[in-house]
Design a protein around this ligand. Sequence first.
Ligand SMILES: Cc1ncc(COP(=O)(O)O)c(C=O)c1O
Length: 424
Amino acid sequence: MYTNPQERSSNPHFSSTSETDPSAMQLESFPLSKNSYRNCFKTMGENKAADLLRYGKSKEGCISLAQGEGTRPTPDFICEAVHKALTDGKTFYSFGAGLPELRQEISNYYSRIYNVQVPTNRITVTSSGTNAVHYALLSILEEGDEVVAVTPIWKNLIGITELAGGVISEFPMQQTQEGWTLDLDRLFESCSASTKALLIVTPNNPTGWTMSGHDIKRVSEFARERGIWIIADEVYGRCVHDLERAPSFLDYACAEDRLYVINSFSKSWAMTGWRLGWLVGPADAEDKIRDLILYENMGPPTFTQVGGIEALRHGEEFLVNQKALWMENLELVIERLHRIPGLQVVRPNAAFYAFIRVEGDVDSYHLAKEIIDDAGLSLAPGAAFGKGFGQYLRLCFAVERDVLSKALDRLDEYFSARLASLES
Ligand SMILES: Cc1ncc(COP(=O)(O)O)c(C=O)c1O
């Protein structure tokens, strides 16, 4: 409750910037009691990775390869279409589930690129991939439902699940000489009667691991038999280095499956700031998701959706060029990292991250902070991607070559100095 001006003047939580003007009173730090907010904030805990990201950005001259986005802006042809949409007055409320033209375009895109027929009533346009995961989970989770998440996983997906009332059970992949592997038998064993959903990111952030069609089929059959939902985050589905696209859960889906597939414009078309994505779900989910949208934000802006239509219609060339940059950069990353003693990396075949294992007794938060301070390079700490990944650092290589090269020099220097000090 706010106090009146007289009370304020005697309240130590308020201060006045002007003795003569009480309207200039400022509300200072006024901690509410711990129980004022939802319990989930206690379990969602602190986000040290986000703190570190901000810390790195605040340091002058620090190169940031910590965030999951490139340095190239959205291509002109998309921006120009949106500019026209704005001048044409496309500034009104959209349809809850998205512009019919965009839903149709997404359906066409699945037919053209995936050879899968997805009717428009299964497609909802959302305000980002993140938002799509949120709707998917909100539509199925009751408080306390278990969600088995294959890790390492982008941290926000864990937070979103907790926000929706779910309880995460982490199931880790293993790093081997051949690459990252997921033991499906053990994954299935880890699902209990209280498992409501499986959360799988393929291609994966941060490892670049991509689930094979064979494994997708097995997971789909298992989930179908057990009545478990699958939440498949496929936002990197087009970011596969040597293929047009990754295998999708939609390739093996039956019409009645409890399946949500998440997608986004962010990664493939450099549209991270647009907050535009989509969700494919069962036919009867449409009205549930529509309700969620209605009470959340009434859908993404009309004009950004015009940008989405443009990206799907004309964005293939841009994507091919992006992939060429990522693949060239990947070669440089692998070559340089293999020469740095104490670092190991498995060559990813999708996305634009190197998930680097650091030998020894490592706390990735501490290490990432030290690399910012000593080397002027910001990387994401592995611990943010799930339990058991505290020895890793994630490096995003979707940046211009000269920036990457400089960053790798800094990393090399840092680890050489670290090795020398460990040996002395
Ligand atoms: C696996 C995964 N899903 C979703 C997102 C977010 O996508 P969007 O920008 O559409 O919210 C990210 C971003 O890094 C991600 O890594």
